[in-house]
Design a protein around this ligand. Structure first.
Ligand code: HEC
Length: 111
């Protein structure tokens, strides 16, 4: 397996469609939080690139909730060593909306 495949560890599965308003709201929520301190859209920073996260996870409720809980609780171990800080002030609903924005990047070739 090549290095990139090993890093992404793509999970096979169908993708649900996400309404455009949800994606747009997720983008705003992320912009107003501290996510971009550690993440960038297409490049690895302290945290994995959002486009790499989108490549790994199918858009399905189970993965949406897994990732939303990780945004709220923080954690490590999925992408290498650094730890993601917890965001207890973010509601489950807002975290799910942020996840939809991140995962929808799989449909948008980045310029
Ligand atoms: C202090 C730095 C930091 C901040 C701030 C941060 N992250 Fe992260 N994030 C990380 C790191 C590091 C990882 C990789 C953790 C791992 O390997 O499990 C990560 C992983 C993730 C993942 C993937 C989790 C997984 O298990 O695959 C998502 C989704 C995510 N971040 C979203 C966000 C969102 C949304 C915000 C803003 C609310 C945010 N992050 C803020 C550092 C950060």
């Amino acid at each position: 397996m090549d290095r990139r495949k090993e890093y992404i560890r793509k999970i096979p599965g169908k993708n649900d469609t996400v309404p455009e308003q949800v994606v747009a709201r997720g983008e705003v929520l992320i912009a107003y939080s501290d996510c971009y301190d550690c993440h960038r859209e297409e490049k690895k920073s302290k945290g994995p690139a959002f486009s790499d996260i989108a490549e790994r996870y199918p858009i399905q409720p189970a993965y949406r909730d897994l990732l939303a809980r990780k945004i709220i609780s923080g954690g490590f171990g999925s992408w290498g060593n650094p730890v993601m800080s917890p965001h207890p002030e973010v509601s489950m609903e807002d975290a799910q909306t942020m996840v939809y924005y991140i995962l929808s990047l799989k449909y948008r070739p980045l310029q």
